[in-house]
Design a protein around this ligand. Structure first.
Ligand SMILES: Nc1nc2c(ncn2[C@@H]2O[C@H](COP(=O)(O)OP(=O)(O)OP(=O)(O)O)[C@@H](O)[C@H]2O)c(=O)[nH]1
Ligand SMILES: [Mg+2]
Length: 472
């Protein structure tokens, strides 16, 4: 972190480059108002000191005596500003020339050094001045880069402090526990450390651990909104996997032929289905084969199925659930699999319900999720969408909980906290000395602090904010 942090004033264009209805430039730091006064003249000739601490003033911007544009000056006095410092924002017509001249002028005075801001520097100052914690600052980036409404909504909640509140609840309970253990280590004669005490600690710790695990589960759900639900089309050759993929995409993306073994490689496509972002992967039909290319495809398909959030196991209903299907299904996780009976158009309508039910029962999969459709029928899309949505949203398979968004850094910190809490619990339950548990609990505390930024290293803070865009 720079030593001159509290002394220097920074400036940057905060609107996207190019031509737009509006362009804006932000100044933050102790000299923000003095600098703004040198380039801005109010229409009514009012001086900067005469303007309210939180005010909007109409006027013009100048480079020396050269009039550049009409503008609005937004004045916000620290600490009640975005960065916590004095902030002046100049809003004018959007265009690269005027704003370019303005920033040049602002950074050209030897007697009033104003520095161009680095990417993310305004947000970094907001963080360092305690205006928001790290998880909130990072959520700002999530919000601007969100690809769908839900992800944007989750990011917005995080900016409002949803994640911070949950973390701080866990932390305060952890601190209580840690304090009572430490008291006991320091003053063993006070009699707190009897067997009852240790049991109470374990109970409290289990609760803290539960909450942490729940937060991680909620993060998994949030991750799906950010990165998409990974759905893999899986099954034997010719079942209709590629046909169904094409049906959902409403375009002939994958090659379909009546020949088994048509698809060799995996094929990935993204789509937004009823507001849920999906990453669809078509795979090679699973069978024993002499062809090297097909074999490689089959291996890939199996790997994809293992990594999927949801496997659509496609069954060719002309053949029903075969022994091979049973073997393949047995390798899958029931909670993450939807059996799709395909080619129902080839089955008599009045028979289809009983046929699929019987097939499931015979094969021993009667309690698995299933649906019936025909990949060639456009109405199938509705059926499938309904199942995917119910799988995803009603939380039959994922526990319904308030989703949160975590980036990789945050997820790692949370996992680290959980591992440390588990280690502490093991110590307490085995009746080992409690100061050993205290070491683990302190580690958990520090890992949780990394999420909100209290225990994070300054270098990491620099690194995180440098990923922000210029002007943020
Ligand atoms: N009648 C009917 N035919 C279908 C249906 N779905 C797929 N087919 C046909 O079944 C054949 C195989 O379809 P594909 O989509 O290539 O099957 P696949 O599972 O991708 O096959 P591989 O890539 O070889 O593993 C094609 O001739 C499709 O037209 C369906 O619902 N009804
Ligand atoms: Mg195929």
């Amino acid at each position: 972190m720079r030593d001159d942090f509290t002394n220097d004033t920074i400036a940057a264009i905060i609107t996207a480059p190019g031509i737009g209805a509006m362009g804006a430039l932000r100044l933050s730091g102790p000299a923000a108002f003095v600098a703004a006064a040198r380039v801005f003249r109010s229409k009514r000739g009012r001086l900067m000191e005469e303007l309210g601490d939180y005010s909007l003033t109409y006027g013009g911007i100048y480079a020396g005596d050269c009039f550049l544009d009409q503008a609005l000056l937004l004045k916000m006095k620290g600490p009640h500003s975005f960065t916590g410092e004095d902030v002046a924002e100049l809003q004018c017509h959007g265009g690269p020339v005027v704003l370019g001249r303005l920033i040049e002028t602002l950074t050209s005075w030897p007697d009033l050094p104003i520095r161009p801001a680095q990417p993310g520097e305004f947000s970094q100052r907001a963080f360092l001045n305690g205006k928001m914690d790290l998880s909130q600052a990072e959520a700002v980036m999530e919000l601007v880069s969100a690809s769908n409404q839900k992800a944007a909504g989750l990011a917005a909640e995080q900016i409002e402090g949803a994640l911070s509140r949950r973390i701080s609840q866990i932390k305060s309970r952890l601190l209580n526990l840690l304090a009572s253990i430490e008291v006991d280590v320091d003053f063993p004669d006070e009699g707190l450390g009897d067997r009852e005490g240790a049991k109470g600690w374990s109970r409290q710790l289990r609760q803290i651990l539960n909450d942490t695990a729940e937060l991680l589960a909620a993060a998994n759900l949030g991750k799906i909104y950010r990165e998409g639900l990974r759905i893999v089309f899986y099954g034997r050759p010719n079942a209709g996997k590629s046909s169904l993929l094409n049906g959902i995409l409403q375009e002939p993306r994958a090659i379909v032929t009546p020949e088994p073994g048509t698809t060799r490689d995996t094929l990935e496509e993204r789509i937004l289905l009823k507001g849920i972002p999906l990453v669809l992967t078509d795979t090679a039909g699973i069978r024993e084969t002499g062809s090297q290319a097909e074999k490689a495809g089959v291996d890939r398909a199996r790997q994809m199925a293992l990594k999927a959030d949801l496997v659509l196991y496609i069954v060719d209903m002309q053949e029903g659930i075969t022994a091979e299907d049973s073997d393949l299904l047995a390798e899958l996780d029931k909670a993450r699999t939807l059996i799709v009976f395909n080619k129902m158009d080839l089955i008599e309508e009045d028979e289809n319900g009983t046929m699929t039910a019987e097939a499931m029962k015979e094969a021993g999969f009667e309690d698995w999720q299933c649906c019936r459709l025909s990949a060639l029928d456009p109405r199938s899309l509705e059926i499938l969408a309904k199942h995917i949505k119910s799988f995803f949203v009603t939380g039959r398979h994922y526990r319904q909980s308030q989703e949160i968004l975590l980036n990789r850094r945050q997820e790692e910190a949370l996992l680290k906290a959980k591992t440390a809490l588990e280690a502490a619990l093991a110590v307490l339950e085995k009746g080992w000395p409690e100061d050993m548990a205290a070491i683990d609990l302190k580690q958990a505390w520090s890992a949780l602090g990394e999420l909100t930024g209290e225990t994070v290293q300054p270098a990491l803070v620099e690194e995180i904010f440098s990923r922000f865009c210029l002007g943020k």
